[in-house]
Write a protein that binds this ligand. Structure first.
Ligand code: HPA
Ligand code: ZN
Length: 349
């Protein structure tokens, strides 16, 4: 039996696991030095140009405050080179976490609204993705998502852009932004078109609201995986449904704490979700904005919940199974996870 790890042994075990990141926003993955550099080029955007002020800017009072500042950072990103910089920066950060594959959320509507051309966006994504593989050994896939606060016009434009351009690596279709006052159901026609074209449905739901939003994501948007979804924790019938249907949650514990949904990781409902059999995956959302890393999420959850090595490995395996990787790639990663667990077991024996 594999047992409990602490301190450096736990850190080394978590790092050694080959990881998959299923919920990270491209703009939200910009490193602090990158944000500072972009902000200095365009001081009028209102994003601080000094590290201390940026740290303050990334200390969020609540979710609406987070989203305002996130969109200010989005407005700094203007051309192909900026997109390439974000993608390769994210790949380097993923490689440093021993993450091998990520499904990265991109919000084309926001970039086009800010004056970028579709070609500039797609070129930056394509060159960045090739460099991520060649220079960092990290495989990237894309989720194009609707910024919900911009309404159905954004839904229509996003699905039209996604299906017309259909760039290599595009695997899924999402919905982000606020949930309060932005019902999921209004976006149903766009999810239907995206799904009919073969894209997977991965809307945010149950990040800042409760079970009704998660139910709507499932029933109205055909969600195959749910961004956050933690708001399901108050509804046993919903958790049982998610478990029975094998609809995984992209849980981002530090993000939830930093936007004020829960006061601490200890108060986060992750244990309750696991106890109801829900498939939980761990993710970072907008890592530098929240001071999060993928290894850090696994460590925080393992330490707070007192997980065994095999329970931690199970979380890594959940992410592999919940991904839209090819079966052979999934099998290779699962084999590697099992080997890491076996080495750990032998080490403890
Ligand atoms: N939720 C909704 N919209 C977002 C998020 C998020 O966590 N991050 C960036 N846009
Ligand atoms: Zn998100």
């Amino acid at each position: 039996m594999s047992g409990f790890l602490t301190g450096e042994a736990l850190r080394a075990f978590v790092h050694a696991l080959p990881k998959v990141e299923l919920h990270v926003h491209l703009v939200g993955s910009a490193s602090l030095p990158t944000v500072l550099e972009l902000a200095r080029r365009r001081p009028s955007a209102g994003v601080p140009t000094a590290p201390e002020a940026l740290a303050e800017f990334f200390t969020f009072r609540d979710f609406p405050h987070f989203l305002r500042n996130y969109l200010a950072v989005t407005s700094l990103v203007r051309d192909t080179r900026d997109i390439h910089t974000l993608v390769t920066g994210l790949a380097a950060d993923l490689a440093a976490q021993n993450a091998r594959y990520a499904e990265v959320t991109v919000t084309p509507y926001n970039h086009l609204l800010d004056g970028m051309t579709g070609d500039d966006l797609l070129t930056g994504l394509a060159t960045g993705r090739a460099a991520a593989k060649a220079e960092h050994g990290v495989e990237l896939a894309w989720c194009f998502d609707i910024p919900g606060e911009k309404g159905v016009v954004a839904g229509r434009e996003t699905v039209v852009f996604a299906l017309r351009e259909r760039p290599e690596g595009l695997v899924s279709f999402g919905l982000g932004g606020p949930e309060v006052g932005v019902g999921r159901a209004q976006f149903a026609p766009f999810f239907t078109r995206a799904r009919e074209a073969g894209l997977h449905s991965v809307p945010h739901a149950g990040e800042t609201t409760g079970p009704a939003t998660v139910w709507s994501a499932v029933h109205d948007l055909g969600a195959e995986r749910i961004g956050h979804g933690v708001g399901a924790y108050t509804a046993p019938a919903l958790m049982e449904y998610l478990a029975a249907q094998g609809i995984p949650l992209e849980v981002c514990p530090t993000s939830n704490v930093r936007t004020g949904q829960f006061p601490s990781i200890a108060a986060h409902p992750i244990r309750r979700l696991l106890d109801h059999g829900v498939v939980v995956t761990l993710n970072t959302d907008d890592p530098p904005m929240f001071g999060a890393t993928l290894d850090g999420e696994y460590l925080a959850v393992a330490e707070t919940l007192g997980l065994t090595a095999s329970e931690i490995a199970r979380l890594a395996e959940n992410a592999v199974h919940a991904s839209f990787l090819e079966p052979a790639s999934k099998a290779a990663l699962v084999t590697e996870i099992k080997e890491i667990l076996l080495q750990d077991t032998e080490h403890l024996a």
